[in-house]
Design a protein around this ligand. Structure first.
Ligand code: SAM
Length: 349
């Protein structure tokens, strides 16, 4: 009956449900966003404490069950049930607090979405699979350290609320869960989210490689930075010398490789594959072709060379981070890197 593809593991322990709602410290004036209310075990408890609940549920059968559950009660008119996929909602409605027993397939996109939400909610109480929760807490050098870790810790204070064993669910999921509290920082750090996240996307596609390799060793990254640089120049009426580069000074994009330095532990890498945009995946294929000696290699133009030199200067001179690996960089390193790139007119969004 239950559709486990939708991550439908109903929280059957009312004590745990109550503890989750209590942790949100709800005020009577609060608007609460609930993701995936299912049959409403959390929803009815939230409705007891808050002014309004906006619940987004993808499964019509679950939505019908919840509607029936509240029908005829005074709480019914304080519940807005939205039928649909939360990830596909163009804009989330305003909310003060988010509570979610999160379907595991959308943990990552949902967390990014919540971190980018403006105005920021007061807090989010979210149930995740244990490993995902550990990724939120991971520090530089930890096996689970990823783009998600850096982002979460940049924009919010993350704290652990409780462990929840699999037998508290029906049906029990394969893994244990943790409840986590995310409190967005106020005021928000004065960094453009798209720029910051754009930089992290590039850095973490190859998080075990040096930043030199990540930024200069992938032609699709340089192509993206070049396109952004052209846009910047066009918007600011900066003329560009756009001629071809003479053959002698053209360097192979793929000259930088440091695979030989990979250590044994790095095979256990947990990638951000769910976050990587398609052009990076394509880049991997393209790189493979180039290494096989593709004779149709595109020659770089003058603008590409200019951008490449700027990137090189930022990595080697301005930030001195060229030899560091993304998995070892902390928030301060990435901030320094972004600042130096932006100073040179290099943008990630
Ligand atoms: N909140 C309920 C509870 O704690 O008992 C149910 C939790 S169950 C883990 C996750 C719920 O999210 C399911 O009802 C499922 O249909 C719904 N869901 C899954 N993916 C979704 C999505 N992308 N958007 C909205 N709801 C989704």
């Amino acid at each position: 009956r239950m559709n486990t593809d939708l991550g439908q593991h109903i929280l059957k322990n009312p004590g745990v449900a109550q503890a989750i709602v209590d942790k949100a410290d709800l005020k009577q004036s609060d608007i609460v966003l609930e993701i995936g209310p299912g049959s409403g075990n959390l929803t009815v408890k939230i409705l007891d404490k808050a002014r309004r609940v906006i619940a987004i549920e993808q499964d019509p059968r679950m939505a019908a069950e919840l509607t029936k559950r509240v029908q005829g009660t005074p709480a019914a008119k304080r519940l807005d049930l939205v039928l649909g996929d939360v990830i596909k909602q163009e804009k989330l409605p305003y909310f003060d607090v988010c509570i979610s027993n999160t379907p595991y397939q959308i943990s990552s996109p949902l967390t990014f979405r919540l971190l980018a939400t403006s105005p920021a909610p007061r807090c989010c109480i979210l149930m995740f699979q244990r490993e995902f929760a550990m990724r939120l807490f991971a520090r530089p050098g930890d096996r689970l350290y990823s783009r998600l870790s850096v982002n979460a810790q940049m924009w919010a204070k993350i704290s652990h609320v409780m462990k929840v064993g699999k037998n508290n669910f029906n049906p029990p999921p394969a893994v244990e869960s943790n409840v986590v509290k995310i409190v967005p920082k106020v005021p928000r750090p004065q960094v453009a989210y798209e720029e910051w996240d754009g930089l992290l996307r590039v850095a973490f596609v190859r998080k075990n490689k040096t930043l030199r390799s990540g930024f200069l060793g992938t032609s699709s990254v340089l192509e993206m930075l070049e396109a952004n640089y052209r846009t910047l120049c066009a918007q600011n009426d900066i003329p560009l010398d756009d001629g071809p580069l003479d053959a002698s000074s053209a360097v192979d994009d793929m000259e930088i490789e440091d695979d030989a330095t990979l250590g044994a532990d790095e095979e256990m890498e947990v990638d951000d594959e769910d976050d990587a945009p398609d052009f990076f995946k394509e880049a991997v294929d393209r790189k493979a072709k180039k290494l096989q000696g593709n004779p149709h290699r595109k020659k770089r133009g003058k603008v590409a060379e200019l951008v490449r030199n700027k990137v090189k200067k930022v990595l080697e001179v301005d930030s001195e981070l060229a030899d560091k690996r993304a998995r070892m960089c902390d928030e301060g390193d990435f901030l320094k890197l972004l600042y130096s790139f932006n100073q040179e007119g290099i943008h990630f969004s």
